[in-house]
Design a protein around this ligand. Structure first.
Ligand code: RET
Length: 269
């Protein structure tokens, strides 16, 4: 295997390191935000904040290990003036992310049900469908990423087929979330929370689509459009932006909606 193909410039190495650090710093700060604002909401909405806390802790740990894994995988080569894969060390992998999503994806999908005011049979139905579609989307994508172009076990067909199966479950998630947000807006008729709650839909679409986008990036490298360094930097930047959107901004919008709804129902801390 020609390791010289897998070199990264000093700038690229640092940008990825800084981005991953920013990622876990944001999760740490947001963890405090969700804990400290939980009681501004009526008890019936608080489970949404609790689930944001679960998501923050799990993402914080993941992004921290992701940063450690990045630093451990490369060594500086003074002759070349670049970072090269450190022989004998573990390779940098995105695999841990997928396992983190297995926890976070169902939590993120379920937390909105509390704010949308979905209860009873409908709640149980969404809980079940969100868990099944979310987990299957991640497991199939996890299998696919082992075959990612640029990896030792690279296999374009297997990578695309598993990615496609995962996309089918992703479409199911999108159908469900669109329905939940529509029902939530109906339940918020006449409330000031409706606007911000409704704005979650475009945020959701943009931030969740970034994940399959990042999955596809190594293909650009295989096709010769970009090099290894560009693909890996773009992928980590995309994942970080997606993580901040889908976990932190999403959670904050749910929290603000809950606080407005609580105040309108006469609740004060
Ligand atoms: C994969 C594989 C390729 C096809 C598709 C994917 C979708 C991933 C998504 C992940 C969302 C993750 C979130 C994590 C938050 O913690 C698995 C990359 C469609 C949508 C929101």
């Amino acid at each position: 295997m020609d390791l010289s193909l897998f070199t990264v410039s000093i700038e690229a190495f640092e940008v990825v390191g800084h981005t991953l650090t920013l990622g876990y710093a944001v999760m740490a700060a947001s963890l405090l935000y969700f804990i400290l604002t939980k009681n501004s909401n009526m008890p019936k909405y608080r489970m949404s904040s609790v689930l944001s806390v679960v998501v923050m802790v799990s993402a914080l740990l993941l992004l921290y290990t992701q940063k450690q894994s990045w630093t451990a995988a490369y060594a500086f080569d003074a002759t070349a003036g670049k970072y090269v894969i450190r022989e004998g060390a573990e390779l940098f992998t995105n695999g841990f992310r997928y396992l983190n999503w297995m926890i976070d994806v169902p939590m993120l999908l379920i937390q909105i049900l509390f704010v949308a005011g979905i209860a009873g049979v409908a709640f149980r139905k969404y809980l079940f469908q969100f868990s099944v579609s979310g987990v299957l989307m991640i497991i199939t994508g996890y299998i696919g990423q082992f075959y990612e172009p640029g990896r030792v076990a690279e296999n374009m067909t297997a990578w695309l087929v598993w990615g496609f199966i995962s996309t089918v479950f992703f479409v199911w998630v999108l159908v469900l979330i669109t329905r939940v947000i529509r029902e939530g807006k109906k339940n918020m008729a006449g409330s000031k929370a409706k606007g911000i709650f409704g704005a979650i839909l475009p945020l959701f679409y943009v931030s969740w689509f970034l994940y399959p986008g990042a999955y596809l990036m190594p293909a650009l490298m295989s096709l010769g459009v970009v090099d290894y360094e560009f693909a890996i930097v773009a992928q980590q930047l995309t994942y970080t932006a997606a993580d901040i959107g889908s976990k932190v901004i999403y959670g904050a919008m749910l929290n603000i909606s809950s606080t407005i709804l609580s105040n309108e129902q006469g609740f004060s801390e």
